[in-house]
Design a protein around this ligand. Structure first.
Ligand SMILES: Nc1ncnc2c1ncn2[C@@H]1O[C@H](COP(=O)(O)OP(=O)(O)OP(=O)(O)O)[C@@H](O)[C@H]1O
Ligand code: SF4
Ligand SMILES: [Mg+2]
Length: 381
C-alpha cells in the first residue's frame, strides 16, 4: 500500500513535469508575433462547406494525465445548413465548439492537432482556426462566428443594460457605425427575436428579465453582426419546457431567414429531427456515425446511435420505462485499445477488443465507425 502511494506520487510528479514542459511549448508557439499567413491560410476540400473539421484533436493536460476530449474528429458544416451534434455528457461536444471559437481554457486545454477550416467572408480567405493567432480570431469571434450558450447569464454581463451590451458587440466588430445606427439596429434585433416593449427591455438589466427573455437577448446578440456561422450549445437546456419550445420555434424561424450555418449541440434527438439537416453522433471524443438526418433516423447503423434512438420517448408508444443504454462512457484517460463502445455493445466481436474501427461509407452521405460493417470483420467473427 505504502509503495503504491509512493508510486502514485512519483507518477503525479512525472505528469506535472510533462505538463509544465507542454505548457511552455504551447505558450512559446502562441506568443509568437507576426505569424506568417502561410501557417493558417488554407483551402477547403469542398467549396460547398463553410466549416471542415479535419482530424481535430483537443487535449486537456490534467494532473492525472492527458484527457483526450476530442480525438480525431472530422465532419463538415455545409453553407446554410444546420448540423446537429449529439452524444452523452462528456463525449466532447462543447470542447469541439470551444476549439473552433478559440475559447479553450488555457493552459490546460490545447488543440494538439488537426485543422478547423473556415471560409471567412470578412478576411476573404479560408483559414485554419486551429492555428489562427488569437488577435485575428477575436476579429471574427462574436461577429461573423457567434455563439449561443446554454445559460444566458454566461454571455450577459449583470452590470450593464441590455441595449449597451448588444451595441458593444456592434462597436467592436463595426466601429464605423454611428450611435444612432447602433441603437436602431439593436431595437430591430430585439424585435426580430420576438421581444415586445423593446424600449423598456433596451434599458433593462439582465436580472430584470426572465430566463426565456434573456435567451432571446443572447440570440439577438449572436445575430448582431450578421453571422455566417452560429454555434448553439444546448441553447434551451436551462429553460423550462414551455419556454424551450418557444426558443426552438424562434431558432427555427430565424434559421430560414438568416441563411447562416448552425452547429446545434444537444442531448435531444427530437430537437435534431426538427432542426437539423445533418447529424453527427459523438462518443468518447470521436465521431461514431454521421450523415443526413432523415437517413440516420431511418437507417441507424452504429449500436450507440440505435441505443440513443431507442432511449427517446415516443408519444404513440405505451411504455412504462424508457430504454437506457447499459454501462457508462469509459474514463477518458488511458482508454484501452479497441472500440470505445465495446463494454456497452450487445454486438461486440473479438476484433472490437483489439482494433478501433475505421470509418466506413454506408452511402455518400452516411458514414459509420463500426466493425459490423466491414466485410473482413464479419468473417473474423
Ligand atoms: N477544463 C477541463 N479540464 C479537464 N477536462 C475537461 C475540461 N473541460 C472538459 N473536459 C473533459 O473533456 C471531455 C469532454 O467534455 P465536453 O464538455 O466537451 O463534454 P460535452 O459533450 O459537452 O458534455 P455535456 O453534454 O455534459 O455538456 C470530458 O471528459 C470532460 O471531463
Ligand atoms: S465496433 Fe464492435 S463494439 Fe464497437 S460498436 Fe461496432 S460492434 Fe459494437
Ligand atoms: Mg457541453
Amino acid at each position: 500500500m505504502a509503495i503504491n502511494k509512493k508510486e502514485a506520487r512519483l507518477k503525479e510528479k512525472e505528469i506535472k513535469k510533462f505538463n509544465k514542459q507542454k505548457f511552455k511549448e504551447y505558450a512559446k508557439e502562441k506568443g509568437r508575433k507576426n505569424v506568417p499567413e502561410s501557417e493558417y491560410v488554407t483551402k477547403m476540400k469542398n467549396e460547398d462547406n463553410l466549416i471542415e473539421f479535419d482530424n481535430l484533436r483537443t487535449y486537456f493536460y490534467t494532473d492525472s494525465g492527458i484527457v483526450k476530449s476530442v480525438d480525431g474528429v472530422s465532419f463538415d458544416i455545409p453553407k446554410g445548413k444546420t448540423v446537429g451534434v449529439v452524444g452523452e455528457s462528456g463525449c466532447g461536444k462543447s470542447v469541439t465548439s470551444l476549439s473552433l471559437m478559440g475559447l479553450l481554457p488555457g493552459p490546460y486545454g490545447q488543440i494538439a492537432g488537426g485543422e478547423i477550416r473556415y471560409n471567412s467572408k470578412k478576411l476573404g480567405k479560408v483559414i485554419n482556426l486551429a492555428k489562427l493567432p488569437q488577435s485575428i480570431h477575436s476579429k471574427i469571434r462574436g461577429g461573423e462566428i457567434s455563439m449561443i450558450f446554454q445559460e444566458p447569464m454566461t454571455s450577459l454581463n449583470p452590470i450593464f443594460r441590455i441595449g449597451e451590451q448588444i451595441e458593444e458587440v456592434i462597436i467592436y466588430h463595426e466601429p464605423d457605425t454611428t450611435k444612432e445606427e447602433r441603437k436602431e439596429r439593436t431595437i430591430n434585433l430585439l424585435k426580430s427575436v420576438g421581444i415586445s416593449r423593446v424600449e423598456e427591455i433596451y434599458k433593462s438589466y439582465p436580472h430584470e428579465l426572465s430566463g426565456g427573455m434573456r435567451q432571446r437577448v443572447v440570440i439577438a446578440m449572436a445575430l448582431a453582426c450578421g453571422p455566417s456561422f452560429i454555434v448553439a450549445d444546448e441553447p434551451t437546456t436551462a429553460l423550462d419546457v414551455t419556454i424551450q419550445a418557444q426558443i426552438l420555434d424562434l431558432m427555427r424561424e430565424l434559421k430560414d431567414k438568416i441563411n447562416a450555418s448552425i452547429m446545434l449541440i444537444t442531448h435531444d434527438l427530437g430537437v435534431v429531427a426538427e432542426m437539423a439537416d445533418y447529424v453527427i453522433i459523438m462518443y468518447s471524443g470521436r465521431v461514431v456515425e454521421k450523415g443526413e438526418v432523415n437517413e440516420i433516423f431511418k437507417n441507424p447503423k452504429h449500436p450507440y446511435t440505435k441505443g440513443l434512438l431507442k432511449s427517446r420517448p415516443v408519444l404513440q408508444e405505451d411504455t412504462d420505462r424508457l430504454y437506457c443504454i447499459p454501462g457508462a462512457v469509459p474514463n477518458p484517460i488511458n482508454i484501452p485499445p479497441g472500440c470505445f463502445f465495446k463494454n456497452r455493445c450487445e454486438e461486440c466481436m473479438d476484433i472490437c477488443d483489439r482494433e478501433y474501427p475505421e470509418v466506413i461509407d454506408i452511402t455518400n452521405d452516411h458514414k459509420v465507425a463500426c466493425h459490423l460493417y466491414k466485410k473482413e470483420s464479419k468473417e473474423a467473427k
